[in-house]
Design a protein around this ligand. Structure first.
Ligand code: B3K
Ligand code: ZN
Length: 864
């Protein structure tokens, strides 16, 4: 396969630019016509041809300054025009087939709704254009279509004119006064229910808020609209950022490749992140709706007003916007559970990505298919890097830096370096060493070692750092790592270090190692590191079970307390892997923990959660899946039986109040459901699960019962699953939870079971949510089923991906991820995983999306 690798360092400013665009879009299911009039300008003094990106469409005509133009040729990926004037009007007419656009990129028609997705490079499937983020133009867009089928016609900006024709069509003209890159272009047409509201900004701008949902779903949009107003207010209060148009629209669609898209003034959302009510959405769904609504809204400044110069800079907008939505969610809900949620994502997915062939810095250097780089590294590690700025500069310093960033770059397309420079100038800090986080990939390991001198009563603690080589980079340099640090003894007393290297609770580890001395301290003193997950690193801090419990009891930082419990569970599971037993003292201590924290539902709920299989993989090498899964299972079983009465008290502790989505109740429900998950493994489990399922007045408790039942008796599980399916058969978004539960169940016949589910009337390969729920959940979260010793799980997923890839490469490339992460597993798994990767790479017609990930994964093997 011939592939075109793009490199960050090859960036060249555009040879031409487009400042103004007037579009007419005549909607038709299979033959939509688009007339685009662009004002084009040569940049600088040169005679190079004008290259316009374009793919998967028909060119109907081309004119320069109104005259038909034929000095052009079709070249790979677009057209090339020679001898164009310095400034001119380019008219391009194209025709596309939205109904058969199953890739859901560009303009597509699904379920009677026309909708666009242009980021990263979808605009080039609508018209021939300079499809790059550093070309910013003003747009005026007229959309016309059948009035009955598409009563709502939307595009970016403000509506300025509308009309009707005698042939049953109507049209609306939209004008967006803010210059934008074409990836933020959007168009939607369909028949929706509308929720309306308004918001007045601090400076007095009245903004109309409109939320479009499927007919009959109005009530499920209320929470999203309320969330939007909270996000608007929060961004004014926290960053002084106001909305800048008179109207803000959100449309929920059922067919969408990802979560949502921040098109200027017209966000398009996967309906999963808009629709929510107590019957059909869990607490987690409510949380996700609020955070995705906020994320897309926050992009209006971090992404739209200041955008990326080129796609290698993606983390400029994504890392920053994820950080902003995390801060918002923490303020709206609770800081600790949010932090834990994000750390879980880092440990389960980002560390795995860094250990794989796809490892890349948050600002990647080489890309084949840009859509493959909307990754946990760019997004979540990117957000961790922004968080470190915040930690190092303080909230005020960070705010100053943000103000400076907008002062300098509003209306521009810029780079990550520009962001760092603004932060640096505003705070007068030298951030050059810190900036290495942008260019170096891999997960640093922070090592902690201690030496206590009994005679002198001194403690010497050494912190070191080491970043293992990654697929893309052999050599690593020391990074600038803020390590939150506490030193505590077994009575909870905290000690400062002799040299004052601990400042504001932080030690800066900016060299291979740093030494801390503590004089006149007791032997029980322990180093407690990485409070609040102060850096995206792994920690190697050898602590005994007793010491971990000491940290749990006495650390100031609640994240450290939770983390100590996680390490303790990991240690216990290791004992089982080594055929040793978990000492009674641990069970006794765990019972004490539950008793002591019984009223702290937030912490208790998190502390009763056993690390996921995926997290455990990151603290091990050469994982034998069945062995690790069975060690984890047997720990869970023993946990349930040893702590049964304490867990029962926890479960019983919450009287059924009627449902509200408020944080104290969310914490209580979470705690109760985690307890039920354990109790499922005891003799009382069935009765408790059935009771909760029968009495639940909300989806969180229904699903909590089902999840618990998954690890109890198959009979109960199956009967509840049948009841659930019957109840929710009409609602595909709820059914996705059911598909996912099916796909993650351990059963001998799992592959046959999935095959049966594929013919469920609600399942379709054309809808990414269904595919992710069934096939994605299986590949990512059913380790025992996916990693079956005979390789049949890998083969099954590969067969599916080969078919899916023909329609929707983006989704196929995402689901192939677990297969490409073979490095972490035992040899016997690796061979069989690679066999399927080889099958994929040899497949004729494979998309470049899947090709990039699979070929890199196989090449990694050769370089070892
Ligand atoms: N910016 C979009 C993601 C686009 C993904 C393109 N494959 C959503 C977001 O991060 O807000
Ligand atoms: Zn984003």
């Amino acid at each position: 396969m011939s592939v075109n690798v793009k490199r960050r360092l090859d960036y060249q400013p555009p040879l031409y630019t487009i400042t103004n665009v007037v579009m007419h879009v005549q909607l038709h299911a299979t033959a939509t016509r688009i007339k685009t009039v662009s004002t084009v300008q040569r940049v600088g003094d040169h005679n190079s041809p004008l290259f316009l990106d374009g793919e998967k469409m028909q060119l109907l005509s081309l004119a320069v300054n109104g005259e038909a133009y034929n000095l052009y040729s079709h070249v790979e990926g677009g057209i090339s025009l020679t001898e164009v004037p310095d400034t001119f009007e380019l008219t391009v007419e194209t025709e596309i087939d939205p109904q058969n656009n199953k890739a859901l990129e560009g303009l597509y028609l699904s379920n009677g709704v026309f909708c666009t997705q242009c980021e990263a490079e979808g605009f080039r499937r609508i018209t021939y254009f300079l499809d790059r983020p550093d070309v910013l133009a003003k747009y005026e867009v007229t959309v016309s279509g059948d009035k009955e089928k598409y009563p709502t016609l939307l595009a970016n900006g403000n509506p300025i004119a509308k009309g009707e024709e005698s042939d049953g069509t109507h049209w609306v003209t939209w004008q967006d006064p803010h210059p934008k890159p074409c990836y933020l272009f959007a168009l939607v047409a369909g028949d929706f229910d509308l929720l309306e509201d308004s918001y007045t900004t601090t400076s007095g701008r009245d903004v109309k808020l409109e939320l479009y949902v499927d007919k009959g779903k109005r009530d499920k949009g209320v929470f999203a609209l309320e969330s939007l107003k909270r996000a608007m207010k929060w961004d004014e209060d926290t960053f002084g950022l106001e909305y800048d148009l008179d109207i803000y629209m959100i449309v929920a669609v059922d067919f969408f490749n990802m979560g949502a898209m921040e098109n200027k003034g017209l966000n398009v959302f996967n309906s999963k992140f808009v629709l929510a009510d107590q019957d059909s959405a869990t607490d987690e769904d409510f949380f996700n709706v609020e955070s995705v609504i906020a994320h897309e809204y926050f992009h209006n400044w971090t992404g739209n007003r200041v955008t990326c110069r080129d796609w290698f800079q993606l983390s400029l907008k994504e890392g920053l916007t994820v950080f902003r939505d995390q801060q918002f969610s923490a303020d709206m809900t609770s800081a600790l559970s949010n932090r834990i949620k994000h750390v879980r994502v880092m440990r389960e997915h980002q560390f795995a990505e860094d250990a794989s062939a796809m490892s890349h810095p948050i600002r990647p250097d080489e890309v084949i298919e840009m859509n493959n780089f909307y990754t946990v590294t760019v997004y979540d590690k990117g957000a961790e890097v922004i968080r470190m700025f915040h930690t190092l500069l303080g909230a005020d310093g960070f705010r100053k830096g943000m103000d400076e960033y907008f002062r300098r770059h509003d209306g521009q397309a810029v780079t990550c370096d520009d962001f760092v420079a603004a932060m640096q100038t505003a705070t007068e800090r030298d951030l050059s060493h810190f900036a290495k986080w942008y260019s170096q990939s891999g997960t640093p390991v922070v090592g902690v070692s201690r030496m206590y001198d009994k005679q002198k009563r001194t403690l010497h603690i050494s912190l070191s750092q080491h970043t293992p080589a990654t697929a893309n980079q052999q050599e690593k340099e020391p990074l600038y790592i803020p390590v939150a640090f506490e030193c505590i003894d077994d009575t909870g007393k905290h000690y400062p270090d002799d040299d004052g290297l601990i400042k504001d609770g932080l030690v800066i580890l900016d060299k291979p190692s740093v030494s801390l001395m503590f004089s006149d301290v007791p032997e029980s003193c322990l180093p407690v590191v990485l409070g609040n997950f102060s850096a995206p690193v792994k920690v190697d801090n050898p602590l005994s079970a007793k010491e971990l419990l000491q940290i749990f009891r006495f650390a100031d930082d609640p994240f450290n307390r939770w983390d100590a419990m996680q390490s303790l569970y990991d240690w216990c599971i290791t004992q089982i892997e080594l055929d040793k037993s978990v000492p009674d003292s641990v069970w006794k201590a765990l019972a004490d923990v539950i008793a002591a924290e019984k009223d702290n539902h937030e912490l208790l709920g998190e502390c009763l959660s056993i690390p996921s299989f995926e997290t455990l993989c990151q603290t091990r090498v050469g994982v034998d899946v069945a062995a690790l899964a069975s060690a984890r299972q047997s720990f869970c079983a023993q946990f349930a039986s040893e702590l049964q009465s304490a867990l029962l008290t926890v479960w019983n502790g919450f009287s059924s109040v009627s449902y509200t989505y408020k944080q104290t109740d969310v914490n209580a429900r979470r705690c109760k459901n985690v307890a039920l998950g354990h109790l499922a493994r005891t003799a009382d489990g069935e009765a408790l699960i059935e009771k909760q399922f029968a009495e639940a007045d909300n989806m969180t408790d229904s699903l909590g019962a089902l999840r618990a039942a998954q690890s109890g008796s198959a009979e109960v599980f199956n009967s509840l699953m049948t009841a659930f399916e019957q109840k929710w058969n009409h609602d595909p978004l709820v059914l996705d939870k059911w598909f996912a539960l099916n796909a993650t169940t351990e059963r001998e016949d799992i592959l046959a079971h999935i095959t049966m589910l594929k013919s469920h009337p609600q399942f379709t390969m054309g809808n990414p949510n269904r595919v992710r729920a069934l096939i994605g959940s299986f590949a990512f979260y059913n380790p025992v089923g996916f990693h079956q010793p005979d390789g049949s799980g890998y083969q099954y997923v590969t067969d599916y991906l080969l078919e899916l890839d023909q329609h929707n490469p983006q989704v196929a490339a995402r689901i192939v991820t677990p297969l490409t992460q073979w490095q972490n597993y035992a040899d016997k798994h690796q061979q069989k995983m690679k066999a399927q990767l080889t099958r994929l790479v040899n497949h004729e017609g494979l998309s470049k999306d899947v090709f990039e990930k699979v070929s890199k994964s196989l090449a990694y093997e050769k370089s070892e």
